[in-house]
Design a protein around this ligand. Structure first.
Ligand code: BG6
Length: 484
C-alpha cells in the first residue's frame, strides 16, 4: 500500500532511540524510495538549536548506526533535507506553537506524533497537542515502550491518550512484532497445512521461548533498575511471541482479527496464586563473570548502580494456557541479560511416537526451532535411518536459513513498523485491551516480588541463569534446549 505525504514528529528527537533506531530506519526507507519526496521529519528537543546544529548531531550520533554498505551520499543529503528541528518543552503549552508553525496544515498530509519519551510525559503531550489543535481525527500517535509500570499505570496511559485519539489512531510499539522471523512464524502457521493439525495439546509436549542477551545494562542502569527483566522483556516481547505461537487462526490478517486472537490467549493464561508462583517463577540477578572470555562486572557494580538493587536481570516462567487446544502444555519463557549467548528462539517440542515399531528405544521426539536471532531460520528434527545394514535410527536436522534462501535485503523491525504507522496499518501494534491483559497477568508476580524478602538468585555473567531455572523445567523431566 502506498504511503501518502506526512509530517512525522519525533518527540524525544534528540534521544537514543531516535538516533540509533528511528532515523536510521527512516533513512533506509528513504533509500528504498518508500517516502514521497515532500515527506518531512520533525525532531523535537528542548534546547534552542538551529537546524544546522541539529543535523551535526544527526551526523555524529545517527549516521554511525547506518551500515556503510547502504550509505549513499545523495540519499543522505535528501534525507537530511527532510529533517527539521523544533525546540519545544513538552510541559510548556506555549512552546507547542513552534510545532504548529512547523507543520503543514493540509488535510491530505498526515501528522504522526511519535512519543519516544518516558511514559510519564504521554498524557501531558497529548493534552498539549490537543490544546494546540493538533489532535485531529487525521493524526496518529505512536507510543514507545515502556507502556506503563504496572496495570494501573497502563490503564492510565490508555485512558489519557484515549481522551484525544481513537484506538485506530494509536500505535503501541512492540518492536519484536516487527521482526522478520515473527512474520515468518505467521507464514509458517497459516500459510501451510502441515503444522496446524499438529499444533495442539495432542501432539505438542511443550514450548520454550527464550530471549537471551550477552549485553548487560551498563549505561542504562537508571531506566533498567526501575524496570527489570519482567517489565522490560517478558510483559511485552515474550508474551507477544507466545500469543503468535498459541493464538487460534485469525479470520484474516486484519488488525482486529489478529489482535482479537492474541487477546484471547492473554486472557486464557492461567493466573498465578502465591502458592503457584513460588514453583513456577524464577528471578535472578547477574554477578561478575566472563562473557565471550571478557571479564564483566556484576549488576550491582555496573556504572551508577545501586549496590543493594533487588531488580531482576533474569526471569524464567512456566506458563499455562487454559484452553482446549493448550490445556496441560507448559510454555516455558525465559529472558536475561549477561547470558551465555545472544539468541532469541521458539522451540516447539512434539510428543513421542505413540508406539515404536523399532527395537531401538531412544527415538528423539520431533522438535521445531524457530530462530529469530542472531540468524533467522527454521530447524526441524526428524528421525532418519542411518545408512547400511540394520534399522538404526538417528535424529537429523532439516535446516532453513532465511538469509540463504532469500537474498533480498532485510528490513529492520523499526523500518517495518514505521512503514505500517505511516500506512495506518495496525496489525503489528498492541491494542489497549491486549496491553492491559498482559499487565494483568504479570501483576501477581510483581506483587509477590514486592512482598518477598529474599533477593533475586545470583547467577554468574556468561551462564544460562540461576540453577533454579534449570530445576523449573527439570521438574517436568525436561531441559532448556541449550542445556540438553
Ligand atoms: C528492548 C529492551 O525492548 O529490547 C532492551 O528494553 C533489550 O533491554 C532489547 O536489550 C532487545 O531487543 P533486540 O531486538 O536487540 O533483541
Amino acid at each position: 500500500m502506498a504511503i501518502s505525504d506526512f509530517d512525522l514528529v519525533l518527540f524525544g528527537g534528540t534521544g537514543d532511540l531516535a538516533m540509533r533506531k528511528l532515523l536510521p530506519a527512516l533513512y533506509a526507507r528513504d533509500r528504498a524510495r518508500d517516502l514521497v519526496p515532500s515527506a518531512r521529519i520533525v525532531c523535537i528537543g528542548r534546547d534552542n538549536k538551529t537546524n544546522e546544529e541539529f543535523l551535526q548531531i544527526v551526523e555524529q550520533n545517527s549516521k554511525p548506526h547506518i551500515s556503510s554498505a547502504t550509505m549513499d551520499a545523495d540519499v543522505w543529503q535528501r534525507f537530511c533535507g527532510r529533517i527539521q528541528y523544533v525546540s519545544l518543552n513538552a510541559k510548556e503549552p506555549a512552546t507547542y506553537q513552534n510545532l504548529v508553525a512547523a507543520l503543514r496544515n493540509d488535510p491530505a498530509i498526515s501528522h504522526v506524533f511519535y512519543l519516544a519519551t518516558p511514559p510519564t510525559l504521554f498524557s501531558m503531550i497529548c493534552d498539549n497537542l490537543s490544546q494546540a489543535g493538533l489532535a485531529t481525527p487525521n493524526a496518529r500517535v505512536v507510543l514507545e515502550k515502556p507502556l506503563g509500570h504496572d496495570l494501573e499505570s497502563a490503564k492510565d496511559i490508555n485512558a489519557q491518550v484515549g481522551r484525544y485519539f481513537s484506538e485506530s489512531q494509536i500505535f503501541r510499539i512492540d518492536h519484536y512484532l516487527g521482526k522478520e522471523a515473527v512474520q515468518n512464524l505467521l507464514a509458517l502457521r497459516f500459510g501451510n497445512v502441515l503444522f496446524e493439525p499438529l499444533w495442539r495439546r495432542e501432539w505438542i509436549s511443550d514450548v520454550q521461548i527464550t530471549i537471551a542477551e550477552e549485553l548487560g545494562v551498563g549505561g542504562r542502569f537508571d531506566y533498567y533498575d526501575t524496570s527489570g527483566a519482567l517489565r522490560d522483556m517478558l510483559q511485552n516481547h515474550l508474551l507477544q511471541l507466545l500469543c503468535i505461537v498459541a493464538m487460534e487462526p485469525p479470520v484474516s490478517n486484519s488488525a482486529d482479527s489478529v489482535r482479537d486472537e492474541k487477546l484471547k490467549v492473554l486472557r486464557s493464561l492461567k493466573r498465578f496464586t502465591p502458592a503457584t508462583l513460588a514453583m513456577n517463577v524464577v528471578r535472578g540477578q547477574y554477578r561478575a563473570g566472563h562473557v565471550n572470555g571478557v571479564a564483566v562486572p556484576g549488576y550491582r557494580k555496573e556504572e551508577d548502580a545501586n549496590p543493594d538493587s533487588r531488580t531482576e536481570t533474569f526471569v524464567a516462567v512456566k506458563a499455562e494456557i487454559d484452553t482446549w487446544r493448550w490445556a496441560g502444555v507448559p510454555f516455558y519463557l525465559r529472558t536475561g541479560k549477561r547470558m551465555a549467548d545472544s539468541l532469541a528462539e521458539i522451540v516447539v517440542r512434539f510428543k513421542s511416537v505413540p508406539h515404536s515399531i523399532f527395537a531401538q528405544s531412544n527415538a528423539t521426539p520431533n522438535c521445531l526451532v524457530i530462530r529469530l536471532q542472531p540468524d533467522e531460520g527454521l530447524h526441524m528434527n526428524l528421525m532418519a535411518k542411518t545408512p547400511g545394514d540394520g534399522m538404526r535410527l538417528k535424529p537429523v536436522e532439516l535446516e532453513l536459513d532465511f538469509r540463504e534462501k532469500f537474498k533480498t535485503p532485510r528490513m529492520e523491525a523499526y523500518e517495518r513498523l514505521l512503514l505500517d504507522v505511516l500506512r495506518g496499518q495496525l496489525t503489528l501494534f498492541m491494542r489497549s485491551d491486549e496491553l492491559e491483559a498482559a499487565w494483568e497477568w504479570v501483576e501477581p508476580i510483581l506483587e509477590h516480588w514486592d512482598q518477598e524478602e529474599s533477593d533475586p538468585i545470583p547467577y554468574s555473567a556468561g551462564t544460562w541463569g540461576p540453577a533454579a531455572a534449570s530445576a523449573l523445567i527439570g521438574r517436568d523431566g525436561l531441559q532448556w534446549r541449550e542445556e540438553a
